[in-house]
Design a protein around this ligand. Structure first.
Ligand SMILES: O=C(O)CCC(=O)C(=O)O
Ligand SMILES: [Fe+2]
Length: 298
């Protein structure tokens, strides 16, 4: 683990922080294998509920209360609603990562309440229950939850009562991934992403650095930042499918290859002070990674 001072100097500038070989992947090998199997079944037409029922079956205190599908969300496959002893209507939601039919990248996100009403915001107790549910369903969460020095570092960065919430389990298909985006949300101080299987390539940099690169001649810094908020079709093409622009980012040192055990921290202090990133899965088989939002107790 690098020193807090080293990490902090990048963190306060919204630069991504790579922690190489930070996770003990070996200690959660069984969980990783089972979760890759689960995603394989989903790619063959499976859903989430049977796996959730099976995995929670042996654990007291959880009750599956229903399954729903949001017909307004093309990517959603299934949402399973769960009550725990301490909180109602937690959920695990299985979705495709991309609208692109040729990309079979998948994810499961844990949260609670109504997404449309933004229930997730500002309820520490229910959020912690959703985090616990994620760890009950995907035991490889222990690579993060049981990692004392990582937790200590993250607590130093985001503040006391640090929690890793809004958990997402990703399985990116080869060649799949995510287009350029940021994860600035109310109260979310950043993201901790950990590679558990396979490899991903990231382009990640502070929004202000990215906006300098795409600024047009004569455009002010503020205008260049706003342009990223509502990118035109031409700007989206440049960011996501222009080999020359990608090469520029790589040459400027903004590319990272993550292999199992590597962690990437993505700082997020606000809509202009946040690490923007895009993700490509490398290799020939689907990857597995976990990504959690970082919060401090409100
Ligand atoms: O792996 C992906 O597809 C996206 C990951 C990501 O954007 C994140 O963890 O914030
Ligand atoms: Fe992201």
């Amino acid at each position: 683990m690098p020193t807090v001072a080293n990490v902090q100097s990048r963190w306060v500038r919204d630069e991504p922080v790579l922690l190489s070989a930070a996770l003990d992947v070996e200690s959660v090998r069984g969980g990783i294998r089972n979760t890759l199997d689960f995603f394989r079944r989903v790619r063959r037409g499976g859903v989430l509920e049977p796996t959730l029922r099976h995995r929670l079956g042996g654990q007291a205190g959880y009750e599956l209360v229903g399954v729903s599908v949001d017909v307004g969300d093309e990517r959603e496959i299934e949402k399973v609603h769960v009550d725990s002893r301490a909180a109602e209507d937690l959920f695990a939601k299985l979705s495709w990562v991309s609208n692109d039919e040729t990309d079979s990248s998948l994810r499961v996100r844990f949260s609670f309440g109504s997404e449309r009403l933004d229930d997730w915001y500002g309820d520490d107790q229910r959020a912690r229950e959703a985090d616990r549910l994620a760890a009950a369903v995907f035991p490889e969460c222990a690579a993060f939850d049981g990692h004392r020095s990582l937790r200590r570092l993250l607590t130093r960065l985001v503040g006391s009562g640090m929690r890793m919430s809004e958990r997402i389990v990703y399985s990116n298909a080869p060649g799949g991934g995510a287009v350029f985006h940021h994860d600035a949300e109310m109260d979310q101080r950043g993201v901790v992403y950990g590679q558990l299987a396979g490899r991903t390539l990231w382009l990640a940099l502070p929004k202000r650095a990215l906006s300098d690169l795409v600024a047009k001649r004569g455009q002010s810094a503020g205008e260049a930042l706003r342009q990223l908020d509502q990118p035109s079709a031409a700007l989206r093409r440049r960011l996501n499918s222009d080999p020359r622009f990608t090469a520029t980012l790589v040459e400027a040192g903004h590319a990272y290859v993550l292999t199992p055990g590597d962690v990437l921290l993505l700082p997020s202090r606000g809509v202009d002070d946040v690490a923007w990133h895009s993700v490509f899965a490398l290799g020939n088989s689907p990857s597995l990674s976990h990504s959690y939002g970082l919060f401090a107790e409100s």
